[in-house]
Design a protein around this ligand. Structure first.
Ligand code: NCD
Length: 318
């Protein structure tokens, strides 16, 4: 298996074969994670630094567990307490860390494009753990793995992505990935929360949940990204739930075997009814979290293989 990329910055540069390769390897890590030992030495001797400039629960925990299960030395930088608060630029922080010779840098940042910029300045492999409203590649890959395992395929499915599309890097990465794998993507949400260049995305758009959910295999719900809004995008949370929140009545318009997804964190009663989120016959939200660890193990494993080849050919170490 060859993965022709130095970093994982987004879904955009990946080919369908790259995506399938990551998912195939992830499947084997799902098995490892379900076994008793849960350990491998694929990243033994490597240093992984997690730099989260924005709050995160599951993504950071998931990358940390993934690195530890593969035997890496994992360090979490407390970015809130770091030199950035003292005025150091992102690039200076990156160069300082780079001088400590990490092998894998996992970065989340509130600005779109910040992670790509950082990747240009360092020698190690960089994984984007979410940058602004740009990309969140490991989230789209874990969503794809969940869909592929639940539906038995990752093509010719109809997938609805619902809610705050405009501010969502999860939506952007998913639209790119699902499109590359030849699925039909339908965006549903209020006009104020649709991205301005939506016509260029090659997706269907509707503002009506009942209409939009007809015939879908997958319903992907998104959180209102209030931290990225600078004004009144929605009338009120109550009104929002009434029109765009997923409840049993609206879900009945989807296919009978449609699965319900959410990247978390969830706001129950705003974009999703709690009983739907907890319905083990429909909701795969916990599976998504499980798949997240496996996908991050696979992504770091593939990038580390390239690092090893590079250092061997340069004679740095064998
Ligand atoms: C998403 C994110 O941070 O972009 N969450 C996640 O990674 N699990 C979605 C969100 O914050 O709503």
């Amino acid at each position: 298996m060859t993965f022709p990329h130095r970093h994982l910055l987004g879904i955009e540069p990946l080919s369908p074969v790259d995506i399938a390769d990551i998912l195939d390897l992830s499947d084997s890590y799902v098995n490892l994670n379900r076994s008793r030992a849960k350990h491998s030495d694929r990243l033994a001797g490597l240093t992984q630094i997690n730099m989260f400039f924005e709050a995160s629960t599951r993504t950071q925990a998931s990358f940390e567990i993934a690195g530890k299960r593969l035997g890496a030395d994992v360090m979490n930088m407390a970015m809130q307490a770091s030199s950035l608060k003292k005025g150091e630029t992102l690039i200076d922080t990156a160069l300082t860390l780079n001088a400590m010779h990490p092998d894998l840098l996992v970065v989340r940042h509130p600005q779109s494009g910040a992670v790509n910029l950082l990747a240009e300045k360092v020698n190690c492999a960089v994984l984007n753990a979410g940058d602004g409203r740009h990309e969140h590649p490991t989230q789209a890959l874990l969503d794809a793995l969940t869909i592929r395992r639940k539906k038995g395929r990752l093509h010719r499915l109809t997938i609805a992505i619902c809610g705050d599309i405009a501010h969502s890097r999860v939506a952007r990465s998913n639209i790119l990935l699902l499109g590359k794998m030849e699925n039909r993507v339908r965006l549903i949400g209020p006009p104020t929360l649709m991205p301005s260049q939506v016509a260029e995305l090659g997706v269907e758009v509707t503002h009506d949940m009942r209409e939009g959910l007809k015939g879908v295999d997958v319903v992907m719900m998104l959180r209102l990204q209030r931290e990225r809004m600078d004004g009144g995008f929605i009338p009120s949370e109550r009104e929002y739930f009434h029109r765009w929140g997923l409840d049993g009545e609206k879900l009945a318009f989807a296919n009978d075997d449609a699965i319900v997804m959410h990247p978390g964190p969830m706001n129950r009663g705003v974009e999703i009814d709690g009983t739907i989120a907890d319905d083990i016959n429909r909701s795969v939200i916990q599976e998504q979290v499980e798949m997240g660890v496996a996908v991050r193990m696979a992504a770091m494993d593939l990038l580390a293989r390239n690092l090893r080849e590079k250092s061997t050919s340069e004679g740095v170490y064998v």
